[in-house]
Design a protein around this ligand. Structure first.
Ligand code: SF4
Length: 472
């Protein structure tokens, strides 16, 4: 997006503050467009005026130009978005659309295997920092070279409702499959220097996005610009070589494409990039080594500009590190990940259960909460609003301080839920112990620095033995 401030967008809006876009003012709308929470087209008065008035039409075009992302956004299936990035480094702004992980099935697999693999993709979910991490889609490979079999398997896979990539270089096989599932908006893979004319016709006829593939970046650019000039959404595959010098060259090609697109403002290759870690399965050796390299390659390109990938291994040791890495790369660095402050009841606490406190930084909160849940210990967990900062930082920065703790305890009425007056604070907040006791009039116990040791700590220290009353 060329616009760097809301003012640049605001200047081109009608500036009547009519509110039709759902925002109170044009400036607020402009700020939300800049943040990608609203689209220029949501300003209906401008869109309507542009139909009648040349000047308004020019403003609308200009707005679209300065607000379109540096890297094209391509939609696969109903609403899986890839690309759409603005920057090379996430801390310059943020990354928007997480790398999409697709897993392969082949039309030479038996029906049971295909069903098992599709089900695993559909059903996979892992809870992490307040949300479920999932997998994105299924890549159907035509290994049979039989158009009927490929179409049959593609149709079956479409029944699982996930976005699809159709993988064949043969235009006859591709067309047969597209006749079955074009409405599902699959990504077709791949147009090469040898088959691009047929794939061009297919992409135009069935209105589907296409991957263009070549190791030669000049050729890749030429293919991409041909498709893009006809408004066909394009994904670039600069070919993934899975080992040795080839892997190094793959990395260099991917970096070069993205740098040329963003720094060089090259509109021919400002497309999402596909990487195929599945190529690791061509390396000599056992399956463990192949899975290892597949995971490593996918990890490297999750960090560096891989917008969509095809993988084979559905083993937890491949998937878990990748979805976790992706979740961390694609969180917005401008907004600390946080949870609602308040009071949580863990494992049915009663009037003698301990009262503990942590911060509302999501990673801290979910770690403490899950450590308590899994330990079987019950307790009242106060969650302090520190603006999404962890314990150590918020103690140092003053967001975790006695006045705020007192206010939280009053708001949550925690004193009415227990028959004792003890508060367990994190070990990393130990230096607040005295100040908290003065402010609260409660006895403050310093818990462990690592919530993984809470169970053992509570077994030793709860109920307290220093004479402050705990009924029971
Ligand atoms: S609809 Fe357009 S003119 Fe009306 S407030 Fe929104 S941005 Fe401003």
């Amino acid at each position: 997006m060329k616009a760097k401030s809301p003012l640049e967008i605001y200047k081109l809006l009608p500036r009547t503050n009519c509110g039709e876009c759902g925002f109170d003012t044009c400036m607020s709308f402009a700020a939300n467009v800049l943040d990608r929470k609203a689209k220029v087209e949501d300003c209906k008065p401008l869109v309507e005026e542009a139909k009648k008035n040349k000047k308004a039409a020019e403003k609308l075009e200009k707005l679209k130009e300065i607000t379109s992302p540096e890297i094209d956004e391509v939609v696969i299936g109903k609403n899986l978005k890839i690309g759409g990035e603005e920057v090379l480094y996430r801390h310059e702004l943020t990354f928007f659309n997480p790398t999409a992980f697709f897993f392969d099935v082949s039309d030479t697999m038996d029906e049971k295997t295909i069903d098992e693999r599709c089900s695993r993709v559909v059903e996979y979910k892992k809870f992490y920092v307040g949300k479920y991490l999932t997998l994105d889609g299924i890549a159907v490979r035509c290994s049979s070279n039989n158009p009927d079999r490929f179409a049959e398997v593609v149709k079956k896979v479409a029944g699982y409702g996930k976005p699809m990539i159709l993988v064949t270089l043969d235009s006859e096989c591709m067309e047969k499959a597209l006749k079955e599932v074009a409405e599902e908006n699959p990504l077709i893979y791949a147009a090469t220097p040898d088959n691009w004319e047929e794939f061009f016709k297919l992409a135009e006829k069935y209105k589907v996005p296409v991957v263009v593939k070549s190791k030669d970046l000049d050729m890749l650019k030429s293919l991409a610009s041909t498709f893009k000039s006809h408004k066909i959404p394009v994904v670039l595959d600069p070919v993934t070589e899975p080992a040795g010098k080839g892997l190094q060259k793959t990395f260099e090609r991917v970096i070069q494409i993205r740098r040329t697109a963003i720094l060089g403002q090259d509109r021919d290759i400002n497309c999402p990039i596909m990487v195929t870690p599945i190529a690791a399965w061509t390396i000599e050796g056992d399956d463990v080594g192949k899975m290892y390299w597949e995971t490593v390659i996918a990890g490297v390109f999750t960090v560096k500009y891989g917008d969509i990938m095809i993988l084979h291994s559905l083993e937890p040791h491949t998937i878990m590190p990748l979805v976790t890495l992706r979740a961390n790369i694609y969180t917005d660095p401008r907004t600390p990940v946080q949870v609602e402050p308040g009071l949580r009841a863990i494992n049915n606490p009663d009037r003698n259960s301990p009262v503990l406190i942590t911060t509302n930084f999501a990673l801290t909160y979910y770690t403490v909460e899950s450590d308590l849940q899994s330990s079987g210990a019950s307790g009242w967990l106060l969650v302090l609003d520190t603006g999404g900062l962890g314990v150590e930082v918020s103690v140092a920065g003053g967001q975790f301080e006695p006045g705020k703790v007192k206010q939280l305890m009053e708001e949550t009425k925690v004193a009415e839920k227990v028959d004792h007056r003890y508060l367990v604070i994190p070990g990393l907040a130990a230096r607040l112990q005295g100040a908290l006791e003065d402010e609260l009039g409660w006895k403050v116990l310093v818990g462990p620095t690592d919530s993984g040791r809470l169970k053992a700590w509570l077994e030793q220290n709860w109920p307290p033995k220093d004479g402050v009353k705990v009924k029971g």
